[in-house]
Design a protein. Structure first.
Length: 186
């Protein structure tokens, strides 16, 4: 993108603030924002509102290294953790609530939302996901190149797929064209 995705503006706020605000509105009290190589720039353009902030010392190792950095900041008493992406600013707070409610009823499983995608007439998994704290060690065991996929496909885990109506769970912004489409849509 040529600039930190967390700071891309949408509806007058940076992406990271949209995600954090949606989590606040969904009732998530303990939030950890993991920043990478652009941490100083992000903190100059965004003010945390109760979020703990940590910096991933190895962002070149991919998304799993950010998850590992964030896990170092969660309470030892946490029963689970939700993995959210900074480039998903349009997820409805109600979707977060539904995912949380599903996990509360299925605490021994990883909860992954999925939505029907008309483009190929199938259900597609997305983010955020919730992982039980019992699987925290798995997040540190897998090879970095396999990322979170290694955890969600490990033989020891059970998955609960939650069908949602929010197409934003599968939408992220990896190109300037993706971002332009979001801005134009309002």
């Amino acid at each position: 993108m040529g600039r930190p995705k967390a700071l891309l503006q949408w509806r007058g706020l940076p992406f990271i603030e949209h995600v954090c605000d949606a989590l606040r509105r969904a009732g998530v009290e303990d939030r950890v924002a993991v920043l990478g190589r652009d941490s100083h720039e992000i903190l100059a353009g965004w003010t945390p509102a109760g979020e703990k902030v940590t910096v991933n010392p190895n962002p070149e190792h991919g998304q799993i290294s950010s998850l590992r950095a964030g896990l170092g900041e969660i309470s030892e008493f946490a029963e689970g953790f939700m993995v959210c992406l900074a480039d998903q600013p349009a997820i409805d707070p109600e979707t977060y609530k539904k995912i949380i409610e599903c996990w509360l009823a299925n605490k021994e499983t990883i909860v992954i939302p999925r939505v029907f995608r008309a483009a190929d007439s199938r259900l597609k998994r997305g983010h955020p996901i919730i992982i039980p704290a019992a699987h925290k060690a798995l997040c540190f065991e897998g090879p970095p190149d396999k990322g979170l996929h290694w955890v969600t496909h490990h033989a020891s885990v059970k998955i609960t797929d939650l069908e949602v109506k929010d197409p934003e769970i599968i939408r992220d912004f990896d190109t300037p064209e993706d971002y332009d489409a979001l801005v134009k849509a309002g």
